[in-house]
Design a protein around this ligand. Structure first.
Ligand SMILES: Cc1cc2nc3c(=O)[nH]c(=O)nc-3n(C[C@H](O)[C@H](O)[C@H](O)COP(=O)(O)OP(=O)(O)OC[C@H]3O[C@@H](n4cnc5c(N)ncnc54)[C@H](O)[C@@H]3O)c2cc1C
Length: 378
């Protein structure tokens, strides 16, 4: 039996869930597919899912992140308010040197904020001697619950996609019981970017762990210093997250992945009654330049066959895989980026609107090809 869709989204992390949601809102017949029977079993399940703006000295990545932040908090509040807690997030300087930079960063805070003095921080239960920024509109999501709430609204099939075939009109996914036909495909595979040759996107993994702790500590606001500590929501405080550059999942945990987080948290708040409820680990998938990867997928075998000079620095027009799209590379800010990136992708797929050049994966192809060419000449 074959069933036809407008778009099949593969991967039910926050990226795929938001993509499917945005496409369905635009009237598409969508199917979401994941190898697991539920959403958020990849990197998304591990996320502390803090949704806060980026601070720094301005620049394009900060501007994009903050545009995405404004969109994300409004999106969660409108559609999934039960899973977004607008606790506010305090950005605390890492040390005295960092504290001096905050007055420079201030002029680039393009979302609402206020200064909190050390006395005000202490009144909130935070041990800190440097003034900090409070972003009141920021907050934290319940990551797996949010993804699964999105999933509930979208037709879903559990299926490990090994191969996709294109017959000129439809892509087909062969499952044991049926053939799923779709005009378009979105790949939201996170770190496991293996279905096509997408090496040019340079997806790389950063392994991370976070922990949920039972606590009675009165903590109404979330915070980020060198680690993040969430507000106490229903008796649970989240500590996140470690960052381990890794080619393969885990393993550098040493049995106690949360040790460093617990030590740092103890310097920030009173952790004396913290009792570990659960440890979460997962892989973030980031791009080479830290910008998301959203848009069409270059047909690498075609380019290699028909434009071999691309590996010697030529700049031919790029050919893309027909009706194949990607939403990936959200790095350590998947819950900030996903709603806006999904909206942009839906506008490309349904309305034919051009993709924002900052996130279009095409930006990486020519440079990658040239590098591959140079390496093969060596
Ligand atoms: C410890 C940790 C803490 C984090 N904290 C934050 C935070 O505070 N704030 C924030 O915004 N972000 C945070 N992140 C980052 C965020 O989790 C990621 O950016 C986000 O999860 C990326 O989502 P994704 O949907 O792209 O990938 P994933 O969540 O990894 O989803 C990919 C999905 O694709 C499926 N899949 C892959 N291949 C196939 C296939 N062939 N067939 C079928 N299914 C397939 C997988 O099963 C998986 O479900 C954190 C990440 C980690 C690890």
């Amino acid at each position: 039996m074959s069933v036809q869709y407008d778009t099949i989204v593969i991967g039910a992390g926050i990226a795929g869930c938001c993509a499917a949601f945005a496409l369905q809102q635009k009237g598409q017949k969508v199917l979401l597919v994941d190898r697991s029977g539920m959403a958020a079993t990849g990197g998304s399940g591990a996320a502390g899912a803090f949704v806060s703006p980026k601070i720094g000295k301005g620049g394009p990545l900060q501007a994009l992140t903050n545009e995405a932040f404004v969109y994300a908090k409004d999106f969660y509040k409108e559609y999934f308010p039960d899973y977004f807690h607008q606790t506010g997030v305090i950005r605390i300087p890492k040390d005295a040197e960092d504290a001096e930079k905050f007055s420079v960063y201030e002029q680039y805070n393009d979302t609402n904020y206020q200064w909190l003095t050390p006395a005000e921080l202490q009144a909130l239960g935070i041990k800190e001697e440097h003034s900090s920024f409070l972003f009141e509109e920021a907050g934290v999501c319940d990551a797996p619950e949010l993804c699964n709430a999105i999933l509930k609204q979208i037709p879903f099939k559990q299926f490990d996609v090994q191969e996709l075939q294109y017959d000129g009109t439809y892509w087909s996914l062969l499952t044991p019981h049926s053939s799923l036909l779709t005009k378009k495909v979105v790949l939201s595979l996170g770190y496991e970017n293996t279905l096509f040759d997408m090496r040019y996107m340079g997806v790389r993994g950063t392994w991370g762990s976070r922990g949920d702790y039972y606590s009675n500590l009165k903590l109404d606001v979330s915070m980020h210093k060198s680690i993040s500590v969430s507000a106490n929501v229903d008796g649970i405080i989240k500590l996140g997250a470690t960052h381990v550059k890794a080619k393969e999942p885990c393993m550098v945990c040493d049995g106690r992945p949360l040790k460093s987080l617990e030590e740092k948290a103890a310097q920030m708040v009173d952790t004396s009654d913290f009792r570990l409820k659960e440890t979460f680990c997962g892989m973030r998938s980031g791009s080479k330049d830290y910008f998301p990867l959203v848009g069409r997928v270059v047909d690498v075998p075609y380019m290699a066959e028909h434009h071999p000079n691309v590996f010697r620095g030529a700049k031919p027009a790029l050919k893309h895989l027909k009706n194949m799209f990607v939403l990936n590379g959200l790095g350590g800010r998947g819950f900030v980026f996903a709603p806006l990136m999904a909206q942009w992708l839906a506008e490309l797929i349904v309305d034919g609107k051009e993709m924002d050049k900052r996130v279009d994966p095409d930006r990486l192809f020519l440079k990658w090809a040239r590098k591959v060419g140079v390496r093969s000449e060596e």
